[in-house]
Design a protein around this ligand. Structure first.
Ligand code: ATP
Ligand code: MG
Length: 153
């Protein structure tokens, strides 16, 4: 399905407010596909109060959510190999029982990805600037992902 930025953000806020934690959501797709837009909207829905800058250089940021949980926003684009994950506290992140984890470029984590997760893939449709193709699939047995597909009219 294709979504406008407003629709994608509305879906993200819905995830942030309603998803059961712990949950791991991989956000894949090319540069500019909207992974960070979706991650910020999830943060907003979860009640993250600070701005969420792009984690491209710092790789991983942690935020406190409104209900006292943790939101993790990571971007593994600059990771050269999955061996570097130890240095960014990956085990704590995937083992955190109250974390809502959003990871851009999750494929860089290879076999270190948790077995139960969502994979959201964003892409550019052939036509329609301002629209993004969104595909969702689950691996293993993650908690329900609320609000997809969204239609905000
Ligand atoms: N339907 C849409 N959904 C999401 N973003 C959109 C949409 N239409 C246009 N955009 C624009 O596309 C850009 C997406 O940027 P974003 O930083 O989220 O990409 P990204 O996938 O995180 O890229 P990177 O791999 O560089 O981190 C934003 O400038 C946003 O305004
Ligand atoms: Mg990004």
């Amino acid at each position: 399905m294709t979504l406008t930025e407003g629709e994608l953000a509305a879906w993200g806020r819905r995830i942030g407010s309603d998803v059961r934690v712990p949950v791991f959501i991989g956000l894949s797709g090319p540069l500019g596909a909207g992974k960070s837009v979706l991650a910020r909207a999830v943060g907003e829905g979860a009640g993250v109060l600070e701005p969420m800058p792009s984690p491209t250089f710092n790789i991983l940021f942690r935020y406190r959510t409104a209900d006292g949980g943790t939101l993790v926003h990571a971007d593994l684009y600059r990771l050269r190999s999955a061996d570097e994950l130890g240095g960014i506290g990956w085990e704590d992140v995937v083992g955190d029982e109250v974390a809502l984890v959003l990871v851009e470029w999750p494929e860089r984590a290879g076999r270190e990805l948790p077995a139960d997760r969502w994979e959201v893939s964003l892409g550019f449709p052939r036509r329609g600037p301002g629209l993004r193709r969104v595909e969702v699939r689950s691996c293993g047995d993650p908690p329900t992902l609320p609000g997809f597909p969204v239609r905000v009219l």
